[in-house]
Ligand binder design. Structure first.
Ligand code: NCD
Length: 309
């Protein structure tokens, strides 16, 4: 599909369903090739720049792994303090500089809208790896890929998104992406951390079926997929408010007795307290498989936006 060529990836609601299908199929193809031990040269001669102005483990490393697996090269800024942003350089000027070095740019930045601003500054494809409390579209694609692999389908599932729905960018992108499917979405959050109205409205406008609750137990009984998230401490102005809410939801192993037998537990990671480690060996605990799925999805995205797939 040439339609993704030279495209930016800024929001999860930018994709048509056939584009989502094509990204997932391309990821599946790359995953099979890697599993078969193939050495790929899809991105040979191309350079990826990963610019991370907020902490990251999985997103940056899986993008870089993806580019290496495709035979391309990587340059990186892993810390804002090590780049000229620390000297007061504007995002525009940083991007104009990096476009002189790299063919495709991945950006994580603390400000909502930063990826769109970067995309406006360059003809190079820009992939949003998280813009503050905004969106995280590449994560939502790997989340969707994980649901498909774990449950064998997406349609007809009840999918509960739990935790800091106000500040969590992964759940914003995932809710909008899942609105393309015939799913029941359950937003599970304390009153202060409810899903922003613009996301709820966006999901409903796309025809999504949405319920809301503050009761994790209720969600656990109903869900085929339970997607837990971290309370986003760095987005709180008041540390006392964070302390009040930080343990709002803690998933313990014994709570899973009330869940459907084939429940899938997901988390974008990092986790803090919200999933007790003894959940990890539950057969439905998919979060480390989920983080591994970031590699084939990001291989697909990099190859598609550069016209190499
Ligand atoms: C998330 C993020 O950075 O938004 N992590 C990730 O990319 N896997 C989730 C989080 O930080 O809570």
């Amino acid at each position: 599909m040439g339609r993704l060529r030279s495209k930016d990836v800024l929001r999860s609601d930018q994709f048509a369903v056939d584009e989502i299908d094509w990204i997932l199929e391309t990821a599946q193809r790359f995953e099979s090739a890697i599993d078969a031990g193939e050495v790929l040269d899809t991105m040979k001669g191309l350079v990826l720049a990963t610019l991370f102005f907020e902490p990251s483990t999985r997103t940056r490393l899986s993008f870089e792994t993806a580019m290496h697996r495709l035979g391309g090269s990587v340059i990186t800024v892993a810390e804002a303090s090590s780049s000229s942003a620390a000297k007061g350089e504007s995002l525009h000027d940083t991007i104009k500089t990096v476009e002189g070095y790299a063919d495709v740019i991945v950006l994580r930045h603390p400000q909502i809208g930063a990826a769109a601003e970067a995309a406006a500054a360059t003809e190079r494809p820009v992939l949003n790896a998280g813009d503050g409390a905004g969106q995280h579209p590449t994560q939502s694609l790997l989340d969707l890929y994980t649901i498909l692999k774990e449950q064998g389908k997406v349609d007809d599932l009840t999918i509960a998104l739990a935790g800091d729905l106000r500040n969590g960018r992964t759940v914003h992108s995932l809710a909008l992406l899942l609105a393309n499917y015939d799913v029941k979405l359950l937003f599970v959050a304390p009153e202060a951390l409810r899903m922003p109205p613009e996301i709820v409205d966006g999901v409903k406008a796309a025809g999504g079926d949405v319920g809301e609750t503050a009761d994790l137990g209720e969600a656990l009984r109903e869900a085929d997929v339970l997607y837990m998230t971290r309370i986003q401490r760095e987005r709180f102005d008041d540390p006392a408010e964070y302390e009040r809410l930080k343990d709002a939801f803690v998933l313990r192993r014994e709570m899973l007795d009330a869940a459907k037998p084939n429940v899938t537990i997901m988390h974008p990671l990092p986790r803090v307290n919200e999933i007790v480690p003894d959940v990890d060996d539950h057969p439905g605990a998919a979060y480390f498989r989920q983080s591994a799925n970031g590699v084939p999805i990001r291989m697909a995205l990099l190859a598609l936006v550069t016209g190499r797939a």
